[in-house]
Design a protein around this ligand. Structure first.
Ligand SMILES: Cc1cc2nc3c(=O)[nH]c(=O)nc-3n(C[C@H](O)[C@H](O)[C@H](O)COP(=O)(O)OP(=O)(O)OC[C@H]3O[C@@H](n4cnc5c(N)ncnc54)[C@H](O)[C@@H]3O)c2cc1C
Length: 341
């Protein structure tokens, strides 16, 4: 029998962050990930936006979780010898005079009025624009780089083969203290966690070529994130009502309409992506061990904010697993089990 401290199922941003902090704490970790191409983390642009809504409210816990996320991504960049964390201006093109005025009326530490207009030749912006200080994480660089250095098996994990013992778990010839499921949209089918409330939603995005370059994120009803060589990620749609995870013609039409309303230039669609965001009804992470079967745990519910939430939530989950530090009640899965009673 091969002995590990923890087995993780899934290596999206959730499994990667949990694996990273467990490794940092000296734990032996084995990860199973079946590497499906259309996972949320393999589709997302990794935007970190401090404000949201019509009142530009600062995101939940942002003042604490953003510096922590930045520190974590920088440490991973160093350890893995990659570049993946990019602090960027988010150039918000106002769709109306009301939004422009609301931005001016609701200042935050992250918002700025531009000194001069950018992209006069490239964008239609009759109501002007505002700057929000944000970032993006290139998950396409981070996830494969961590995977190379960690003990990751490109294999499907079959819950039917998992045996819960008094002290830990057995899976084929493996033994561990616990299995933590970081399996994204698969969790509703998980035998131990399937009864938790999930509210997944589908997102679609395009990869487009545009005839200009920038380091900014450009945002209107569609968001453009620079990739490389005049290629941009352009997304995303949001839908609770979907048949499957495949790209759809109506979503492409919506995205192209939004592009045409934003751009003065031509564009070329290079690719069309789609995935399901693993979300809960309260849009907070779901973390912790099962109250009756502490040999299994879950780390999920990142919703549309995996890149800002996962580093902090993984760190507190590791402190909970190793030092029995209490989990913040907003992310502790006890909130669901208490409601099920
Ligand atoms: C179109 C779109 C745009 C988005 N944009 C952003 C954004 O800009 N910023 C942001 O922060 N978030 C964004 N998100 C949300 C973000 O993608 C999610 O919050 C995050 O990726 C969820 O990560 P996860 O690790 O929980 O799940 P996933 O990324 O789904 O990872 C789960 C992993 O588990 C594996 N797996 C599942 N079951 C098994 C099994 N039984 N055995 C082996 N492997 C298994 C899968 O292959 C997968 O690799 C976006 C999402 C979408 C769809």
């Amino acid at each position: 029998m091969q002995q590990y401290d923890y087995i993780l199922v899934g290596q999206g941003i959730a499994g990667t962050m949990l694996g990273w902090f467990l490794q940092q704490a000296g734990q032996q970790v084995l990860v199973f990930d079946d590497a499906r191409p259309a996972s949320a983390s393999r589709t997302a642009a990794g935007i970190i936006n401090p404000v949201s809504g019509r009142r530009f409210e600062t995101a939940w816990l942002y003042d604490m979780i953003y510096p922590f996320a930045g520190k974590t991504y920088r440490a991973m960049e160093n350890a893995l010898q990659i570049s993946c964390f990019h602090e960027r201006d988010i150039w918000n093109v106002w769709p109306s005079a009301q939004m422009r005025d609301a931005f001016a009326a609701c200042p935050t530490p992250y918002s700025q009025q531009p000194r001069e207009i950018r992209y006069a030749e490239e964008l239609q912006q009759p109501f002007g624009a505002g700057i929000v200080k944000g970032a993006n994480v290139q998950l396409g660089a981070l996830l494969p780089a961590w995977r190379k250095t960690a003990d990751v098996r490109t294999e499907h994990f079959d819950t039917e083969k998992l045996v819960l013992k008094e002290e830990g778990v057995e899976y084929e010839n493996l033994r561990a203290k616990a299995v933590i499921f970081c399996e994204g949209v698969e969790s509703p089918r998980n035998p131990w966690f399937g009864k938790l409330k999930f509210l997944p939603n589908k997102g679609e995005a395009l990869i487009v070529a545009l005839p200009f370059e920038t380091t900014d994120i450009i945002k209107k009803s569609i968001t453009l994130v620079p990739l490389d060589n005049e290629r941009y990620w352009a997304g995303a749609t949001f839908s609770w009502d979907y048949a499957d995870a495949a790209p759809t013609a109506p979503a492409r039409e919506t995205l192209e309409n939004q592009l045409r309303q934003l751009l003065k230039t031509d564009y070329q669609v290079l690719d069309h992506l789609a995935a399901i965001r693993p979300s809960g009804p309260d849009r907070r992470p779901m973390a912790g061990l099962h109250p009756r079967f502490p040999q299994v745990g879950i780390f999920n519910g990142m919703g549309s904010k995996g890149c800002s939430l996962a580093p902090w939530a993984a760190d507190v989950l590791v402190k909970n697993l190793l030092q029995k530090a209490p989990l913040p009640p907003e992310i502790d899965i006890k909130r669901y089990f208490n409601a099920l009673r």
